[in-house]
Write a protein that binds this ligand. Structure first.
Ligand SMILES: CC(C)(COP(=O)(O)OP(=O)(O)OC[C@H]1O[C@@H](n2cnc3c(N)ncnc32)[C@H](O)[C@@H]1OP(=O)(O)O)[C@@H](O)C(=O)NCCC(=O)NCCS
Length: 118
């Protein structure tokens, strides 16, 4: 796993994980940019960094999963050249919400892929 953060001056505003070991490796995971910092290129920069790091590790394709209803993220990934890989999965998982309460959620995700520049 490789963890990266995006900074605006002295503030961390976004994070991403590059998973080099699991089933769809290399996979870009957990891309998140703080609400107040969105639309300024941090998400684009984190994706570009992840692509470069995966290519440096010797991979020629990068994968990611994106929610079928996550329009902001889908637009970003499509603009960056990711395309659907034809695999859709539905997962039920537990998470801790903003009030510290455990919640269950079910999400359907499409697998996307991008061929990396040599
Ligand atoms: C998806 C997400 C990571 C995007 O992050 P972001 O930092 O807003 O992404 P960017 O700023 O690079 O791109 C967003 C938009 O801003 C525009 N933009 C980028 N740089 C810009 C700049 N310098 N000036 C003006 N607009 C800019 C882009 O054109 C893009 O437009 P689009 O919405 O048509 O694609 C963010 O919305 C997020 O954290 N969402 C919640 C978590 C999530 O859904 N993560 C993805 C899981 S798969």
């Amino acid at each position: 796993m490789v963890y990266a953060a995006a900074w605006q001056t002295h503030q961390p505003v976004g994070t991403v994980v590059l998973d080099l070991v699991s089933k769809h490796a290399p996979e870009l995971k957990h891309l998140f940019v703080q609400k107040s910092a969105r639309g300024a290129g941090a998400g684009t920069a984190l994706c570009a960094w992840t692509e470069k790091r995966a290519a440096q590790a010797g991979f020629d394709t990068l994968y990611l999963s994106v929610g079928v209803e996550n329009q902001a993220a889908r637009r970003l990934y499509e603009r960056l050249g990711f395309t659907p890989a034809g695999k859709t999965t539905t997962t039920t998982y537990q998470y801790v919400d903003d009030d510290g309460q455990k919640q269950w959620a079910t999400e359907t995700d499409d697998l996307f892929e991008k061929t990396l520049a040599g």
